[in-house]
Ligand binder design. Structure first.
Ligand code: AHR
Length: 632
């Protein structure tokens, strides 16, 4: 018999409980949610023509040059200078390969734009989209209209005639003369909320469908950088896109399974856009800032304590950027970008996966400065990467002694670890620091291996573990699976919650586990037990129960990790309505996965069940996550 006590509240569930972790890894931003189709649009990649090929029989040496005006334009120094002499279509041009090709949809409008400068008119741009066989599937002509020494932006739109996963963009330079070009850009019209220069709508919709309580950004290790010169600096990611200085991506691996030597952060998606995204999907923003330490897996580079002030100032300025009124320096910057209302930032992370006394020393300085000026902002502190090791114990003690608001724990472990750790938080102190399970994912094989799959066993074991997070909502305030997105042709890390190609996206079984917990969060936990014990693995069963105090519903989650159906009697201490909604996520095959061809192979199914009274029978399917919503 499973007993649920609906009148004994054991903890409040924070509205932030289930959220998402976003990082530009696996082509998450560039080539991912950022809908720009042109790779290396401003010629600033390590090699200026990465992503581009020059073509046409009339191109002579010196006709297409990359010029660098570094002293006068540090953020975007390079541009293309093209000279042509009486050229017609097909005689001189250059082609962009996109991010592993460009996903193009038949009938959709595409918006091309460019920055140009010309003393004399004479050169037109003939723009063509080509399918993988080289056939033109959309084209138009842009004739630059201004002639002087200044840069101008001009745009033109056209429609695609075919759907294609791996299109390329061909630019033919036609006419006679010299023209300078920069920021060569192509966006589809169907971006999220139809914002020009915006985000890929299908990917954002998958996030919105989770109704996440928070969104953590921009990472992950990219916060830290291989070295400090490559750390994420939010101030360089705001303002006009052509003035955002790109950097090499921390996940730019030559040695990854899918090498990505062309992986850069162009910051078309920057902190303004992340705050706006959080607002769009109703999630609390959770920015994470560099704490003056580079990624400790790669280097031991530290900022000396007496030179930490600019880093701390960045944190203070970010709070002003998010929340300050429009008369403040940074509040005005936000308003000028189109958002005079504040973003209502309530929390911020200092450091990603940093550890040791070096981290503690830096964190203390950040904490003092931030709390002095903004005592209402909650700070998320890192407890490193090893949930069971000495490093973790040391940091946890230090952070708790500092009365840390929220401690971020990360675990990438085998499914068995997740099942065995469903009671991890049962004895955590209730009155001290809160926990943020900031990155977790069960690994079916070695992390990053091609055999490391988002299979049903990983998802089921996470569901089992998450009942423990929910049961302990009195101490666990937030949790997020990681990483969030992966492009099938450009990933550096497995497993990942959502997989995409250039046109399609699907949620893994792990996605549906996250979504079910988030959509059925409740507001307060209540006890659920068997033989007077917490249900955390006996009979291969895991359970949590919550009330939604607004809708007067009881939400019971049951996870059966065995391969047998289990028959129980559920006993409540309150009279339920005559019927309830049961949602089941299930597969008998622990190795089964979702895919582009079968995106819903493992996905939730709803049924209605009759409830005869306070006691009712319930069959729990083999290897299943069950969510039962009962009106009281
Ligand atoms: O989620 C992938 C990486 O795992 C994150 O960047 C890092 O924080 C962790 O080590």
């Amino acid at each position: 018999v499973i007993h649920v006590e609906t009148k004994t509240i054991t903890g409040k569930i924070a509205p932030t409980m289930w959220g998402v972790f976003f990082e530009d890894i696996n082509m998450g931003a560039d080539g991912g949610i950022y809908a720009e189709l042109v790779k290396n649009r401003s010629f600033e990649f390590f090699r200026p023509l990465m992503g581009w090929t020059v073509n046409g029989a009339k191109v002579k040496e010196g006709d297409l040059l990359i010029l660098n005006r570094a002293p006068v334009a540090t953020a975007n120094p390079r541009f293309l200078r093209a000279t042509v002499r009486n050229t017609a279509q097909g005689e001189a041009g250059l082609k962009n390969e996109g991010f592993r090709g460009m996903g193009i949809k038949q009938g959709l409008r595409y918006d091309f734009s460019v920055l140009y400068r010309q003393q004399q008119p004479g050169v037109s741009l003939h723009i063509q989209l080509l399918n993988s066989g080289g056939k033109v599937i959309g084209d138009t002509v842009l004739t630059p209209s201004q002639q002087d020494t200044a840069w101008h932006k001009q745009a033109v739109s056209f429609h695609a005639t075919e759907t294609e996963q791996k299109a390329t963009l061909q630019l033919w330079l036609e006419g006679n003369g010299t023209i300078d070009l920069d920021m060569i850009s192509l966006f589809p019209e169907d971006t999220w909320k139809r914002r020009p220069g915006g985000m890929r709508a299908d990917m954002i919709q998958l996030l919105a469908d989770m109704k996440p309580g928070f969104i953590r950004f921009p990472g992950g290790c990219i916060v830290e950088g291989f070295d400090l010169s490559q750390r994420y600096q939010w101030k360089k990611t705001i303002g006009p896109v052509e003035e955002r200085q790109l950097i090499i991506n921390r996940w730019n691996f030559e040695f990854a399974h899918r090498p990505a030597p062309d992986y850069f952060q162009t910051f078309g998606l920057g902190f303004f856009e992340y705050f706006q995204l959080a607002e769009d999907i109703g999630a609390e923003p959770l920015p994470i800032l560099n704490c003056g330490m580079a990624c400790q897996f790669n280097s031991a580079e530290l900022v000396p304590l007496d030179e930490l002030d600019p880093y701390i100032q960045d944190a203070l300025d970010l709070i002003e950027f998010a929340n300050g009124d429009t008369n403040t320096t940074w509040g005005k910057v936000r308003a000028n970008m189109g958002h005079p209302a504040p973003f209502h930032l309530k929390m911020m992370g200092v450091g990603n996966e940093n550890w040791g006394p070096q981290y503690v020393d830096r964190l203390k300085r950040f904490t003092k400065a931030i709390k002095e000026k903004y005592p209402e902002i909650k700070l998320v502190n890192s407890s490193g990467t090893d949930p069971d090791g000495e490093r973790f114990d040391y940091l946890n003690k230090e952070l708790r002694d500092m009365h840390a608001d929220i401690i971020d724990e990360h675990y990438y472990r085998p499914p068995q670890w997740f099942m065995q750790n469903a009671r991890r938080y049962d004895n955590y102190p209730r009155n001290g620091s809160k926990v943020f399970a900031g990155e977790y994912a069960a690994q079916s094989d070695k992390t990053v291996s091609i055999y490391n799959k988002n299979n049903w066993l990983t998802a089921l074991s996470e569901a089992a573990f998450m009942t423990g997070l929910e049961r302990n909502a009195a101490v666990v305030d937030m949790a997020s699976y990681a990483p969030l997105f992966a492009h099938t042709d450009g990933w550096q890390w497995t497993p990942d919650l959502i997989w995409v190609d250039n046109l399609r996206s699907y949620g893994t079984p792990n996605y549906y586990v996250q979504q079910l917990f988030s959509l059925n969060k409740g507001t307060a936990t209540v006890p659920v037990h068997m033989h007077n014990e917490v249900i955390a693995g006996q009979d291969s069963l895991y359970a949590a129960a919550a009330l939604d105090e607004k809708s007067h519903e009881l939400i019971i989650k049951l996870v059966n990790v065995s391969d047998k159906e289990q028959a129980y009697t559920v006993e409540l201490d309150a009279k339920p309505a005559a019927s309830a909604k049961l949602t089941v996520l299930q597969s008998e095959d622990v190795n089964s996965v979702n895919s582009f061809d079968q995106p819903g192979r493992i996905s939730p199914e709803d049924t209605e069940i009759k409830l005869p009274g306070k006691r009712f029978p319930l069959k729990v399917a083999p290897r299943s996550l069950n969510v039962l919503r009962i009106r009281l």
